[in-house]
Design a protein around this ligand. Structure first.
Ligand SMILES: [Zn+2]
Length: 332
């Protein structure tokens, strides 16, 4: 049993309260490898932004849970080395799908877990979420739950269609489960293909796809039901066209990839939305840089020569995201 407190991590409680009151959101960046972790910590430390290191079940298996624990501990030490005196870093399980997985994460140094039982019938979602909350809270670990279903594909999580969160359910759900934050569905979506071309309109000038707007009316109705309660948005990558273009120009094939416009994320950040999940954008930045280097320098085989530029590109991306969400300078 390892407590996250021994690793220097924090849970989301104080961080979310400050973010909701302050009208900004904390970035939750998924990571799978050292370069992503380095880039996240460099950007957060440079801008003194609280940050959530997010790991899916698949990423935890990929990285190895023991190594992961030391990576998180190392991230805190590295942040201090970079001059961030009081790093506010959360290690969060993204889309936990069982009590056993959530418990295992609590027991191995995670400071926050998500139990995603949103695909289950309502009462079963409540029962499973409540069970996780009881265990996690006994260890001062915070819990994110989900109501509503997002479309798209993310590791093991996938759904063909989205179902918006029903505002009339949120009070009952939050009260009976005791969860600390709630992931909602208002039109964001997992992956790099958030919308089909048929769901979008085309900008007549550029020919680019313009996605349907997020359901801010549903968000407002949820906020009205649960004033000040921390809300989470999943699937919120913006899928920068420049990365898609670089990938496609260097042997890749990502036709019509489309994400959430950043103006809408900035707008959401000002509301009770206090955690915004970004995964695909980092994958795109990394892949674009690697493809470009390998295409331009076919003789290159030193991983540092293509993963290094990929890391630089991710630092730029994370730094920009922190600006969009407004979390820069919110930590000491
Ligand atoms: Zn998600």
């Amino acid at each position: 049993m390892v407590s996250y407190k021994e690793l220097g991590l924090v849970n989301t409680k104080a961080m979310f309260a400050k973010a909701v009151n302050g009208g900004y959101a904390i970035p939750a960046f998924n990571f799978n490898n050292m370069e992503q972790l380095q880039a996240i910590i460099m950007s957060a430390a440079e801008q003194k932004s609280p940050v959530i290191l997010q790991v899916s079940k698949g990423a935890r298996n990929y990285a190895n849970q023991t190594l992961l624990r030391y990576m998180a501990e190392g991230a805190v030490a590295y942040a201090k080395e970079l001059g961030w005196e009081k790093p506010e870093i959360v290690l969060h399980l993204d889309h936990g799908d069982s009590f056993e997985l959530c418990k295992s994460c609590v027991d191995t140094g995670f400071s926050s877990v998500m139990i995603d039982a949103s695909h289950l019938p309502y009462e079963e979602n409540i029962a499973l979420t409540k069970k996780v909350v009881e265990y996690a809270h006994a260890h001062d670990v915070t819990v994110e739950a989900e109501l509503g279903v997002l479309a798209g594909v993310e590791d093991e999580v996938s759904s063909a269609v989205s179902h918006y969160t029903k505002p009339e359910e949120v009070v009952d759900f939050a009260t009976r489960t005791g969860c600390d934050s709630l992931a909602i569905s208002i039109g964001t979506s997992h992956g790099a293909y958030k919308f089909t071309p048929a769901q979008c309109t085309r900008d007549p000038k550029t020919g680019k796809l313009v996605p349907p707007p997020l359901a801010f009316d549903v968000l407002a109705a949820i906020e009205e039901q649960l004033p000040g309660f921390p809300i989470v948005l999943h699937g919120s990558s913006s899928v920068p066209q420049e990365y898609v273009d670089i990938i496609n120009a260097n042997g890749g094939k990502l036709p019509d990839a489309v994400g959430i416009p950043e103006e809408q994320l900035a707008q959401a950040s000002k509301s009770a939305v206090c955690k915004i999940n970004i995964d695909s954008d980092s994958r795109l930045a990394l892949t674009a840089a690697v493809r470009q280097v390998l295409n331009q320098k076919p003789a290159e085989f030193d991983p540092r020569k293509y993963l290094g530029p990929a890391r630089d590109e991710m630092v730029k991306l994370y730094t920009h995201k922190i600006q969009v969400l407004g979390s820069a300078g919110k930590s000491e």
